[in-house]
Each structure stands twice: as structure tokens, then as C-alpha cells.
Design a protein around this ligand. Sequence first.
Ligand code: NAD
Ligand code: 6OD
Length: 484
Amino acid sequence: MKVIQNYINGRFVKGAREFADINPADGSVIAQVTEADRAMVDEAVAAARQALEGEWGRLTVPARAAVLNKIACGIDARFDEFLQAEVADTGKPVSLASKIDVPRGAANFRAFADIIKTAGGESFRTETPDGVTALNYTVRKPLGVVGIITPWNLPLLLLTWKVAPALACGNCVVAKPSEETPATATLLAEVVESSGVPAGVFNVVHGFGPDSAGEFLTTHPEVDAITFTGESRTGAAIMRSVAPSVKPVSFELGGKNAAIVFADCDFDDTMKGLSDSVFLNTGQVCLCAERVYVERSIFDRFLSALKREAENLRLGWPMHASTTMGPLISRDHREKVLSYYQLAKEEGATTVTGGGTPEFGDGRDNGYYVQPTILTGLPESSRCVKEEIFGPVCHVAPFDTEEEAIAKSNDTKYGLAASVWTSNLKRGHRVAGKLRAGITWVNCWFLRDLRTPFGGVGLSGIGREGGMHSLNFYSELSNICVKL
Ligand code: NAD
Ligand code: 6OD
């Protein structure tokens, strides 16, 4: 049986305990993962701190950018290994992982290599009333040791989204990937090592959250900052852990995203985009739409078309090229999603399609598949309309006026993403400007430019990453004031 190891201070090391890495498509064990205990997390943090003082700390910005580009090439060179590991761990269709997850893993390193090379600073010439003149200018310094905690839905993409800017800014990193999807983090460690990154700069510790590697890392006094992507509730727990040492945090958390569909939309394009926004990655993208508001005049036509889209999804083995929807990540997560399917019925929903589990008559029956599901008829106050489900499911409701659609979309404690579908671009701009979300797409979804700010409002997070926003989180900006 394959063993997935930790990577600490430039060595691949086993922990005292092991846990199973499960293939969600059929429940089989892919590998054993060795869990880092507290002493191993301590060792990783100490190695990272020491590496700050060594060769890494002395590298120039162009040299660091060159290392990042080398890591990107290293991912490209082992594309198939990353692809197979990611698909096996997550159960996502190979067509999706080969288009988004693995290429983005490499693209994140290339993007931040470019961004750090071209980033300028601020400067001000100061003139006081009593005739003193000074020049102020900013310099960027690394934060130090950055703890990175990531989830299972886009494991490589979301890890590299944080590792790349952290390294670009000259930090050293200890990363704790999700216990559900450990494989590509250790593969990334192999690539980082072969790219000539000194020992201790990049470390991977495997394990769980509470009372395991996640908590050991977030409570560690020698970690200078925490960047976390995951559930809002976990973000709150981590906030409590870091509070005593007042560390900077960047939190990318959950969502209950709305889509607004106007009657004047390009119906076919909207249907394709909207269907992706609900069902892509089995609905396990933080940006997925779980609340869809449709202008009443096209409501029935829209519902029938979305039902057809859902029923045309091909639930299959993840490595088959024709598969368009894989399983959920785990047995526990399937129980959670199915409990919402049941709750919807109890809350009075009409289940337009789905609502249960598929039957295959083969090994997939031991996996964690659920049917893509469309609900309608729920009051806005119901739990299924208010709480993040994180599965292939949405609630569709009609609206009569633009104001009503905006008010309903904004009636949430979350605020990560939204989308607006209309051929009237004036309205698209207007509505997008009124939605309370970190990103609003008009006539598209999950179209990402890595230079743009990414993050959420309310329960969806704290701070922004992306482009210069990442540099601002992963570095300390210092002002130098020189009297002239
Ligand atoms: P999760 O919060 O359960 O776990 C995320 C990570 O945190 C894992 O590595 C886990 O081991 C670790 N963890 C859990 N408890 C911890 C603790 N007390 N201390 C330290 N670490 C701890 O999230 P998940 O189930 O892996 O991911 C799904 C969630 O992530 C959804 O809510 C989704 O919306 C959210 N998400 C948000 C974004 C975003 O960019 N806003 C992106 C992807 C996923
Ligand atoms: O595309 C990205 O860069 C990004 N951060 C996506 C997040 C998706 C959440 O599940």
C-alpha cells in the first residue's frame, strides 16, 4: 500500500499514526497517510524559521520568481501524476481536473512570479509648513513563517493559490492539506524539492483539524500568519486559536451564493453557465450557486431546461472521459447533503429532480454519489435556502422585480459570489453593483483572473487574496521616511 508522507525540513518523513486516504468513487483505500504529531509540526515550524535566515532569505526577487517558474514547469512535467492523484482523492471528473485543477496549480506559480517581479511600491514627497522635506517609500518584507490550511474541494488549486504568493514574498511555509485529499500536496513537495528550493522553506504536515496537525499549526507561537480556506465554522475556531498571539489571518470561507436570471438573458448560454454554476465539481465549489432567482415570465421554461441539464449529467467513474459528475468527497459529506434533501421535503419543497442516490450495479454503489437535485417552493426563511449545503443542489424561486431579486440575493449572512444573467448590460452593471458579494459575475461564472481580488463578506471570509492583494497579505509593508 502506498504511503503518503510529510515533508519536513527537506525530508519525506512518516508520522507515528496512519489514516486511510479513501477514493470517494468506490470507497476503496488508495493509500495510507502518515499523520504529523505535535513534535513534527514543531520541527516543521522550526525548520521554516531557520530557513528564513538562510539562502532563501537572501534571494533577490528575480531569483525567487525564477524558482516559482521552475516549480510551475515541474508541475507541468508531472501533469499526469498530479491529475491521477487529484482525481483519485477527490472523485472529480478527469475532464474537469485536467482543465482546471492541475493547470491552475502551475498557473498560480507563474502568475505570482510575474506579479512579484512587476510590483511597485508607494512613494510620497512630504513638505511640511515649517519647510522640512522628506521622501517616503515603501518596502516589502516577508511576514516570516506562514501556516497554510486548505480544504478538499480543489486541493492543488487552493494550496498553490496560497503557497505561490507566500513564497513569492520570501516567506517560508508550513502547509496542512485536507485529510481527505493529501496526495497532491506531497507531490508538490517533490516538485518543490527538485526545483532547488532550500530545505525548510516549504513543509507539508498531514493530519486533521482539532487536536491534530491543523490545530498544532494554528496555535503555534512561532507561526507568524495563518491563511485558511474552508468552512466558516472552522474559520471561527481558528480565529479563536490565533487570537492570543494576534496573528494576521486571511480567511476564504463558505458561501450561499445567488444567481439572478432575467427574462432577457441569452437563454441557451445562461442555461449552460447556470448549470455549471450549480453542478460543477458535484456542487463542491465555494462559488457554486445554491439559490437561483428567475424572472417569473421565464420561470417554468427555465425550470424545465435546468431539469434537463441536471438529468443529462453523466454520473460516472471519475477517470472516464465522458463523466461529467463524480461523487461527493466522503460518506460523512454525503450524509450531510442527503440530510438536506430530506429536510427540503420536510420544509415543504417540491423536488423537481433528484433528491436521492443513484444506483449503478457496480463498485460505485460503495462510493459517495448523490443525484443532482433541483428544489423549488421553499420560503426564503427555510434552512435549505439559508444554509450552505455544498452539494449538487439548488433552490429555484421566481421574482417579479429587480429590487426583489437583489433584496432576496442579499438576504444571507454569507457574501462570497453572485451571478447575474441578462442581455441588458446596463442592468447587469447596476445589479452587480448592488449585490453584497466578493465577486459578481455577469453572464459567466468561475471566470477568474488571478490578479483580481478574491474573498468574501460576512461569514464568507476576511481579507482579499489575488494579485497585489495577495502580496499585501503575505508581506509586511514598511514605510521608510528620509529627510532630504
Ligand atoms: P473544513 O473547514 O472542514 O476544513 C478545511 C481545513 O481545515 C482542513 O485541512 C481541515 O483539516 C482543517 N481544520 C478543520 N478544523 C480545524 C481546526 N480547528 N484548526 C485547524 N485546522 C482545522 O472545510 P472543508 O470541508 O475541507 O471544505 C469545504 C468548505 O470550504 C465549504 O464550506 C466551502 O465553502 C469552503 N471553501 C471556501 C473557499 C473560498 O475560497 N471561500 C474555497 C473552497 C472551499
Ligand atoms: O479560482 C480561484 O483562484 C479560487 N480561489 C477559487 C476558489 C474556489 C472555491 O471553492
